[in-house]
Design a protein around this ligand. Sequence first.
Ligand SMILES: [Zn+2]
Length: 96
Amino acid sequence: MICDSCGQEGSYVHESTRAYGTGDRLVVIENVPIISCRNCGIDLLSAETLHHLDDLRAYLRSNHADEASVRPVKVADYQTEVPSSSRDTIELDSVG
Ligand SMILES: [Zn+2]
């Protein structure tokens, strides 16, 4: 694909997860099509994608979002310290 930014061949579409808002307003949208360029490194969203993301954000923040869209996700503040035990402890729960 030709890149809209630098005009060279080398852009491609891949899917990514995007998060919007914070706290109670946080919503996460998976499999967002992102247009990236190997030459200039830019990440672009098409106008159509942006419009659909607007609709999705409004939908998720409404009270009409379907149950499948409401599931627990793990959220960390970047400033949160990671306890050292969580890095090198092997989960033994399933071993019995
Ligand atoms: Zn480019």
